[in-house]
Design a protein around this ligand. Sequence first.
Ligand SMILES: [Mn+2]
Length: 420
Amino acid sequence: MRMLHTSDWHIGRRFRGLDLLDLQAKALDWLIDTIQQEHVDVLCVGGDIYDLPFPSAKAVELFSTVFERLGSLQVNGHPLQIVMVPGNHDSAARLGVGSDLLRSNIHMRCNVAAIADPVDIRINNEHLLVYAVPFLDPDTSRQTLEQLTGHAVASSHADAMRAALELIEANLQQQRQADPHVAATMLVPAYVSGTHQVDSERGICVGGVDSVPASLFSDSQLDYIALGHLHTAQQVTIPVVAADQRPPIAQYSGAILAYSFSEATVPPRRGNGKQVMLVDFDTHDAATPCTVQAVDVQSDQPALVSLTDTVQNLISKEAPLHRDDWVSLTLETKGPIQRREYQQLGEAFHHILEKRVVYMDSKREYKRVVPEVATYADELGILESFVQYSYGRAATDAELKVLRTAVERVHAKQAASDEQ
Ligand SMILES: [Mn+2]
């Protein structure tokens, strides 16, 4: 049986002011073609389907079109089986609306109470169980997990996952008694420790949600763990704790588009190396019950590239190579950059998505660096760094007081308008 594993579509996401819906539509068109060409039986989507819990009408429209096309696909003479779970960017309640009314080949699994009730897929003589686990927010999933396990669950992502695995392992043991050859996979968004993170995966560490140790999965008896949440495709090494264990293959498919400059490939290339995984299960082969093959997503997303040099060098040396790429420019200068130079840059590069200026000083190497707004947790931090940047010194207490008052005023105003 062949499964396609993808995650982190983030439909509706914008990148540095750019609307990505057309590129997302292209990537998802390619996905549908690939499912047909590669004779995929099961599609698994590991969360972050939307970028926001309240997606825009346009985002919902794109998902709806893709969802309907996927749901009515016939592959090898049978309907494509679809399993989806919400990630930490999705609203489980909204994504799961009407899920009981969906066709029997569509499994929108948004309910923590059903994690140990696998999607049971039988095609010809092959049998696959998909344990579909929505993003386990410890605060909202704990009560359900405590009821199901009959013991206390601490408020951390690791403990929620441990409880989920306890339930899944118990069910899988029963299932294997009935059918020793059944293949088993878990579909779950999680941040497994020891993996490589990039800038566009915000949000999972907020509110006490943290990483999950890879060793939790060692004794799970699963064949494959289809991970979501991280945006770069990567395999996670699951340690062998006991000699007779065969740890599962744990894999992140990564997102379908690059959503931050930290995801740029070296050398830069169109599509930015984003992938989906084709997973073939053959449980009659005890030594290699599943094999994984990565396939590059064809989205046509321009290559992302970060360039650092003087304005003149960027224009003469880099622009000919990167005219149509999406570029992040760091301009090195000794004095103020002229309006005319900015115009020339704008003509030399077609897509400048970010620009920062580094003031070089012959004595001290970097004198003033324009602060990177995205690295600050709150508004006051941004304002403080602006003072540092402008005056070359930290803000005084009096200045901080003024800034704090301004921030509080804006928040109060925002809160008042949200209530309306
Ligand atoms: Mn994500």
